[in-house]
Write a protein that binds this ligand. Structure first.
Ligand code: SF4
Ligand code: SF4
Length: 287
């Protein structure tokens, strides 16, 4: 049977908040019996945009990550809520607006912090995938319609086809170690989860500080050669996809104008700043 899934393209979100506003517009003050009671204007939004800033001036990368209910197939919230939360045959998880009344304990049951508390109605609420609209024949939730950069892609597939699509496209879910089997998938999640080491190669040429393009740069972890690259027209280089807290690295830079080496510790991303290359006395004599 076909079920709903949402794919989120990491790196395309620009934090315009249109998706948040559209979801709020749909639900604040509007009652959809059987799906969701009116959301409170004073409550948190069940769609949130998280932010990660990596690096340092001038190599800074900001990534925004939309998060919401994952409509998990093995949902921890359902284990706590009993019959106050149900899983529809099309994959969507619905918090019952009547049975869940007064159940503040349900808010904490979600490891993704996807459930918000409606103080006015004493009700836990979440993003319902706009199930009330999909049931009327809509193909996309309002957050997807409102997004100007195409971050969201709703797909309705049977589970085997979705698993194959995820494998083919390298889609991942948040916190797979929890084994909650989310129906919200992310492409390019590495940008959110991994680190980079970057730097800018310069050299003094006739007394003027110049960017050094085309320097050969090798990244080592201990004695192991991890990756190599070449500096661009601005002298910049960058090694992506490094694990957080992965320890000590060394960067060796070689160019006709000179060589340099730097060590750093990767906890988060590291921008090494300007690295001036220079030839040693013996290298100058060789040249
Ligand atoms: S993300 Fe949280 S609220 Fe949504 S189904 Fe999973 S456990 Fe439940
Ligand atoms: S509408 Fe799209 S770009 Fe804007 S915050 Fe939401 S996901 Fe990001």
């Amino acid at each position: 049977m076909s079920k709903w899934n949402l794919i989120i393209k990491v790196g395309q979100c620009e934090n315009c908040q249109n998706c948040v506003i559209a979801a709020r517009d749909e639900h604040v003050g509007n009652d959809f019996p059987g799906y969701a009671a009116p959301a409170a204007a004073s409550a948190e939004s069940p769609i949130r945009i998280l932010r990660r800033v990596q690096g340092d001036s001038h190599m800074v990368e900001t990534t925004y990550l939309p998060v919401m209910c994952n409509h998990c197939d093995d949902a921890p919230c359902m284990r706590v809520a009993g019959d106050a939360i149900r899983k529809r045959s099309d994959g969507i998880v619905i918090i019952d607006p009547e049975k869940a009344r007064g159940r503040k304990d349900i808010v904490k049951s979600c490891p993704y912090k996807a459930i918000v508390w409606n103080e006015e109605l004493q009700l836990p609420q979440t993003w319902i995938f706009d199930a009330h609209l999909l049931d009327q024949g809509w193909q996309h939730p309002r957050c997807e319609q409102a997004c100007p950069t195409g971050v969201f892609e709703t797909v309705k597939l049977d589970d085997a086809a979705m698993a194959e699509k995820a494998r083919r496209e390298g889609l991942e879910v948040l916190r797979p170690n929890l084994e909650t089997r989310p129906r919200v998938w992310y492409s390019g999640l590495k940008r959110w989860q991994t680190c980079f080491i970057g730097g800018s190669v310069t050299a003094r040429v006739e007394g003027v500080l110049e960017c050094v393009a085309g320097a050969a740069i090798v990244l080592y972890a201990g004695d192991q050669r991890v990756a190599e690259t070449v500096s661009d027209a601005f002298g910049d280089f960058r090694f992506d996809g490094l694990e957080k807290n992965s320890g000590i690295y060394r960067v060796d830079i070689r160019h006709a104008l000179g060589n340099a080496s730097r060590e750093c510790v990767v906890g988060e991303s590291v921008y090494l700043g300007e690295i001036g290359v220079a030839l040693t006395t013996s290298e100058v004599e060789t040249h």
